[in-house]
Design a protein around this ligand. Sequence first.
Ligand code: GLU
Length: 279
Amino acid sequence: MAGGAVTRFAPSPTGPLHLGHAFSALIALERARGGTFLLRIEDIDRARCRSDHEAAIYDDLRWLGLSWPEPVLRQSERLNFYAEALENLNEIGVTYPCRCSRADIRSALSAPQEGAPATGPDGPVYPGTCRGCGLPSDGAAIRLDMRRALALVGPPEFEETGPDHMGPQIKYAQYLIENVGDIVLARRDIGTSYHLAVVVDDAAQGITEVVRGLDLFEATMIHVLLQRLLGLPVPAYHHHRLIRDAEGRRLAKRDDARALAKYRAEGATPQDIRRMIGF
Ligand code: GLU
């Protein structure tokens, strides 16, 4: 892309960064190709995010040799923008309030006539109990009416620049209906969701290429759909492979054994880290 891309690394400060994060951040830097690499702190879930983890993110990334323009965008400071986007979605009629608890959803899904519940990347596919009920929205979660959304803007389409995807056989619209369903756009406790916040911020920061792991491919379908609904530009997406441990399991934040801080404490250099992730 002439003039370089605008890419970002967007960790949530819920635990230490591990090798998989280093891999993702370094690809995002590389994909900027002389453009701009941004850091964004995804901290909407105040109950799970911690300032010491945030400080450790800056520290680890600087140690790895990364730099980014300041100030860093922190999602916890942007809740009003997410509320505005939600309002826009409400106005075009693709949302509805939902008062179901997790237990309600579990019991609706285990009703014998329902068959085996589909479980997608966002958990069990919501059975639609509150859809069409016209419940008051205060104190409720707000869900996306997936069928309506797809009927309005069509299946999400985007440019894939990465080596990994779910394959051309995946029919995005069908996948979203069967495996994703009516996702929560605004949780009742925080008034927004990962999906909504990411879409608003990728547009606000002028991101032209989103670099993320293949585990977020389904999220990408949701995000492109939301971009279309909100009239936002659709960036290119670069999905990369996941770094796995010796047993083939993908790394998670809870795997402190793979934390960058642990390797640092043991004397590893940034070059060692790059070698370990094949960079
Ligand atoms: N904040 C998300 C995470 O830490 C990913 C960001 C994204 O690519 O949307 O997994």
